[in-house]
Write a protein that binds this ligand. Structure first.
Ligand code: NAD
Ligand code: UDP
Ligand code: UDP
Length: 318
């Protein structure tokens, strides 16, 4: 049935044509929701959602969240924001505007229509952490004036706004701190480590390791992450987060490279390059809160998720 104002499952996904947003749209449509996807296509693409164009419960809006948006919805997932360092550093002022003005507009919208609102926050709020693994009570160690600051600080400010709208206007908020996620529909040229290594392995080019490759990350497969998003949105009113969402299995970048080379059966060598400024040494989520409140934990092991992702990138090369 096509939704109208009587329906209670009209959902806005900002950044819905991006990597995570498009998987979220798929999941919500599958659950029978009426989905409005708002995106300015800065890093996302119509390609990611074109399979939904014929679905009457799906609507695509070209919209920049730094401008007000008037729609009638019951839930909002706010994902709009470039996520990879090369994209968010391309126009850092716009990155901050997207996170901060975007949050204000979406919170204003949620306030007007009484919608529940989810914020895609990030492990970057912890900066280069002194605490390992990171749990939600850790306040972080973020450089306010570095090249990652436009992203880290604006995401922190967005969290502040969410909690102030919650306290001041009794908004129902859900804040998730997302750790590194990978999977099909990551953009091939976004400079992130998983997409870089896979593309390099597939093309037989050298794998570019920044620094000595001993820095660590923990990679979550996209399906696991989206499952957590939907669970967070369904928690009762009193649960606001922030809650860490990610896979706690930690790997060095050298281990990641070795896994990808083996799975692709690639002849690529490895080349070492300087470590970018403010690159966190180690990162691993403490997901105790997510386990307890959401009864959630990631299920897809790295090698399995990498196989799906490699198949996706291989298909884009044809
Ligand atoms: P992505 O770049 O693929 O998606 C972001 C989407 O937002 C894109 O479709 C882009 O076009 C859109 N967008 C950017 N600026 C916009 C604006 N001003 N108005 C409207 N749309 C805009 O990145 P992603 O990996 O899908 O990330 C989605 C969200 O999750 C982001 O908020 C990101 O900060 C957060 N996150 C992602 C990860 C990860 O590992 N992928 C980790 C932590 C946090
Ligand atoms: N806003 C929006 N859609 C709405 C309602 C509000 O985009 O349906 C924007 C509006 O432009 C405003 C922002 O959200 O700038 C914050 O709204 P709020 O009501 O909190 O503040 P105010 O309008 O008083 O500045
Ligand atoms: N990295 C790397 N080679 C690349 C791209 C990234 O060694 O081609 C490293 C990067 O320096 C960082 C890690 O991989 O230590 C994860 O980088 P990514 O940009 O994917 O995510 P983030 O730094 O935001 O966690």
């Amino acid at each position: 049935m096509i939704a109208n104002y009587h329906s209670r499952n009209r959902i806005l996904v900002t950044g819905g044509a991006g990597f995570l947003g498009s998987h979220l749209c798929d999941r919500l449509i599958k659950e029978g929701a009426d989905v409005i996807c708002a995106d300015n296509f800065f890093t996302g693409s119509k390609d990611n959602v074109k399979h939904l164009f014929n679905n009457p419960n799906f609507e695509l809006l070209r919209h920049d969240v730094t401008f007000p948006l008037y729609v009638e919805v019951d839930e909002i997932y706010n994902l709009a924001c470039p996520a990879s360092p090369i994209h968010y550093q391309y126009d850092p002022v716009q990155t901050t505007k997207t996170s901060v003005h975007g949050a204000i507009n979406m919170l204003g919208l949620a306030k007007r229509v009484g919608a529940r609102i989810f914020q895609a926050s990030t492990s970057e709020v912890y900066g280069d952490p002194e605490v390992h693994p990171q749990n939600e009570s850790y306040w972080g160690r973020v450089n306010p004036i570095g090249i990652r600051s436009c992203y880290d600080e604006s995401k922190r400010c967005a969290e502040t706004l969410f909690f102030d709208y919650h306290r001041q206007h009794a908004l129902e908020i859900k804040v998730a701190r997302i750790f590194n996620t990978y999977g099909p529909r990551m953009s091939a040229n976004d400079g992130r480590v998983v997409s870089n290594f896979i593309m390099q392995a597939l093309k037989g080019e050298p794998i570019t390791i920044y620094g000595d490759g001993s820095q660590t990350r923990s990679f979550c497969y996209v399906d696991d992450l989206i499952d957590a998003f939907v669970r967070i949105m369904k928690t009762d009113d009193s649960f606001t987060g922030p809650v860490n969402i990610g896979n706690p299995t930690e790997f060095t970048m050298l281990e990641l490279a070795e896994n990808i080379l083996e799975l692709v059966d690639s002849t690529s060598g490895i080349s070492f390059h300087p470590l970018p400024q403010d690159d966190p040494r180690q990162r691993k989520p403490d997901i105790g809160l997510a386990k307890q409140v959401l009864e959630w934990e990631p299920k897809v092991p790295l090698r399995e998720g990498l196989k799906e992702t490699i198949d996706y990138f291989r298909s884009t090369l044809k």
